[in-house]
Design a protein around this ligand. Structure first.
Ligand code: KG4
Ligand code: ZN
Length: 335
């Protein structure tokens, strides 16, 4: 079973060919980061136009690198939400056209379903149940993955996502966009000497709140000598937010009795987080760095498990900026 996966929900135009939901034959990612860098964040209209320009060459490259012809694929999977609606429409429209032209099923995929499925590509034997924590630019969500495609939301951020907090703190620290990797690098040069608020919310809560610490970093930055203390501030921010994340993981494991958790999304690329999570008394899995951030392979992998359950999408599939993971059922028809 060969699936073409397409991802255009934000600032990456990505396409991949995946075999049987587990084996990556190609994974092509064109990143628009340099395009948006001067603006300090993604400019949706620029992103949409750039996706239009790049979608054809990126998909062509995915076929070429996999050594697969278009007629050989069995389905087209595409991110249909959540994300920036203009960029999503580019991928969804392209996927619909290709699915119609080739006469193969179309599979709408939830972006977070994709991030979780990235783990199926790295751990060939991984099967639900397990816990999943998604830490990306738009999400900080805990799920209980009860079966393939069956998610129970356990907790989520009440304000900023963790990646978003990294990006905003990076701006305060005068670092380029996207901020996560730059904050991580700068933190290596400092020590966590500055006390910042560690917001854990109610005792049994699995929700997050990162806006307080983000604002605190801004306030502190206006008071300290940024020439000498910048790296300490980066380190203090990173250590505090990761202390929050590790505490929440402990709570989630205790609450559910699970002993396995997968970490997904762009922030999972952070090496310091990975180091800290070694102390968690459970099996902690992450995809390799290359498939932590947005890519088409994870969309193809998630699409495979939808397809296996007979869940494909009608050609009326639409892009949706907001799409809760539990509400994807209405985008499927049964084949
Ligand atoms: O999953 P992703 O590629 O896109 C979304 O779906 O949002 O995540 C991007 C986010 C950005 O906010 C970026 O700053 C953050 O992940 N990120 C990191 C690291 N690499 C990417 N955050 C912390 N440390 C990193 N090494
Ligand atoms: Zn993502």
């Amino acid at each position: 079973m060969l699936i073409l996966g397409i991802e255009t929900s934000c600032d990456e135009t990505a396409a991949a060919i995946v075999k049987d939901g587990r084996e990556i034959l190609s994974n092509v990612i064109y990143t628009q980061i340099p395009l948006h860098m001067p603006f300090g964040g993604v400019v949706p209209e620029l992103a949409s136009r750039n996706h239009v320009e790049k979608i054809v060459p990126v998909v062509e490259a995915a076929f070429h690198q996999a050594g697969v012809k278009k007629e050989q694929i069995d389905a087209v999977a595409v991110t249909c939400g959540p994300g920036l609606v203009g960029p999503l429409i580019v991928g969804v429209s392209f996927a619909k056209a290709l699915s119609y032209g080739l006469g193969v099923p179309l599979i709408g995929v939830h972006h977070l379903d994709g991030h979780i499925a990235a783990n199926y590509l790295s751990f060939r034997d991984l099967e639900p149940p397990f816990l999943a924590l998604i830490l990306s630019g738009g999400h900080s969500h805990f799920y209980n993955v009860r079966a393939f495609g069956d998610y129970e939301l356990l907790g989520a951020t009440r304000d900023d996502a963790l990646g978003e907090a990294f990006d905003k703190v990076a701006r305060t620290l005068d670092l380029p966009y996207p901020g996560g990797p730059h904050v991580e690098k700068l933190a290596l040069e400092g020590e966590p000497l500055i006390e910042l608020p560690m917001t854990l919310l109610e005792e049994d809560s699995l929700d997050f709140s990162f806006s307080g610490i983000k604002s605190a970093v801004k306030m502190v930055s206006e008071k300290i000598d940024m020439n000498t203390q910048r790296a300490h501030l980066a380190s203090s921010f990173q250590e505090t937010v990761f202390a929050i994340v590790t505490e929440k993981i402990r709570r989630a494991l205790a609450k559910t009795g699970e002993n396995r958790i997968v970490i997904a999304g762009g922030v999972a690329a952070n090496q310091r987080l990975r180091e800290l999570l070694k102390e968690i008394p459970a099996e902690v899995l992450y995809p390799p760095l290359s498939i932590c951030t947005d890519n088409g392979a994870m969309i193809a992998a998630a699409g495979y498990y939808s397809w296996k359950q007979g869940k494909c999408s009608p050609l009326s599939l639409n892009a949706r900026a907001n799409l809760p993971l539990s509400s994807t059922k209405d985008m499927w028809i049964n084949y």
